[in-house]
Design a protein around this ligand. Sequence first.
Ligand code: ADP
Length: 435
Amino acid sequence: MTGLRDAEVSLLETAPCGFAVFADDGIVRYANATLLEMLGLARDAVVGHHVEKLMSVGSRIFYQTHLFPLLRMQHRAEEIFIALRSANGQEVGALLNATRRERGGEWLTECVVIRVRERQKFEDALLPAKKQAEEARAEAESRRADLQQANEILEQQAVELEVSQQQLSEQAAELETQQESLQALNDQLMQRSADLEKQREIADEANRAKSAFLASMSHELRTPLNAIGGYVQLLAMGIHGPVTPAQAETLEKVTRSQRHLLRLINEVLNLARIEAGRVNYDIERAVVRDIVNAVTPMVEPQLAEKQLTLSADVPASLAVMTDRDKAEQILLNLLGNALKITRSGGRVTVRASPDVAPDRTRIEVIDTGIGIPPNRLQEIFEPFVQVDVSAAGAARGTGLGLAISRDLARGMGGDLSATSVLDEGSTFVLTLPSA
Ligand code: ADP
C-alpha cells in the first residue's frame, strides 16, 4: 500500500527528517513519525488525506502550478521550499526533496522534508525589508516625478524669463529711440523759441521806431494844420474882405475837416507816445465819485442835445490808485462814445463797485445804444477800427479812443473790456487797482 517494505518503514519512522509518500491522486499513503511530530498531527489526520491539506494556501497553489507538473515530467524535485501547516494553524517552513517512481504498478512520490527555521526567519525579515524597499522605490519614483515636474516648470519659467527679458530690452531700445527723438524735438523747440525771441526783439524795436516816427510826423503835421485853421478863421472873419454866404459855407467845411484832422493827429500822437513808453503815470489815491463828478459836466451839452438821462451809482467809499487825469480821460472817452451811440431819450449809467478780482474796483459805463456785434467786440480796441454807427445817427470818429483808453488803463495796472447785446446796449468796464 505505501510501496515500502516493513524494514524500510521501521527505519524511516524515526529518521531525523520528515518522510511522506503520496500517489498521483494526491492522497498520502505514508507519513513518518518525525513529520507527524513536526506538524503536531495524528497519523490518521494525514494518511488517507490529500497532500495539499498539509500545505499553506500559498504552497498549495505552488504545488498545483509548479511542483506537481515538475514531478510528472521530471520525476524529481530538489530543495524546493514549501510552507506546511501545523495542527495549530502555524506555518512551518521546510525544504523538500521528492522522487516520483513506479512501485508495484502504481506511481508514487516519496518526499523528504527538512524543517528550515532560519530560512523562515530570513524570509520573515525579508518581507518587511522588501516592502520598505518597495515603498522607498515608490517614494523615490514620486520624488523623481516631482523633480521632473519642478524641472519642467523651471525650464518653462526660464523660457518665459528669456522672452520677457527680450521684450524688456526691445522696450529699452524703443525708449532710447523715443528719448533721442524727444531730445531732437526739444532742441528744435529751443531753437524755435530762441528764434522767436529774436524776432520779438526785432518787432519791439520796429514798433518803437514806428511810434517814434509817428510822434515826430504828427508833430510836423500839427503845426501847418494849426496854421490852416488860423488862416481860415481870419478869412471867415472877413479880415481880407467880405465873404459871400457860399464862401462862408465852404470855409466852415474846411474848418470842420481841419479840426477832424487835428483831432486825429493829436490822438495818433497820444497813442504813439503811449506805445513808445513815453507817458508818465502819476499814480495816487483817488475817490471814484470825484472822478465821475469831474467828467459828467463835460458831457452835459450832448445830454441836453439828445435828451438823454445820465445816472450815476457810485458808492462814496470806493477809491482807486490811479493817475487821475488819465482816469478822467478814459471815462470821458467811454461816456462820449455811450452818448454818441445812444438814441435820443435813452439812458446812460455810470456804476462803480468792487470787482470779483481781489483788490480791483470796476467802473462801468452802461448804455442803451445799438450794441456791438459779438465778433467785433475785441476788434474795437484796435487802433483805427470803427464799426458802422450811422444807425445811431452818430458822427464818424477817429477809431483811436478805445485803443488809447485801454493802453492807459493797462499802463496803470488796470484793464478795459466790453460786453454787449446787439440792439440793446453795451457795457464798458474799466478796472483799476483798489486803494
Ligand atoms: P471812435 O469812437 O472815435 O470811432 P473808439 O476807439 O472810441 O473810436 O471806438 C471805436 C469803435 O467802437 C467805434 O467806431 C464804435 O463803432 C465802437 N463803439 C465804441 N463805443 C461804443 C458803444 N458804447 N456802443 C457801440 N459801439 C461802440
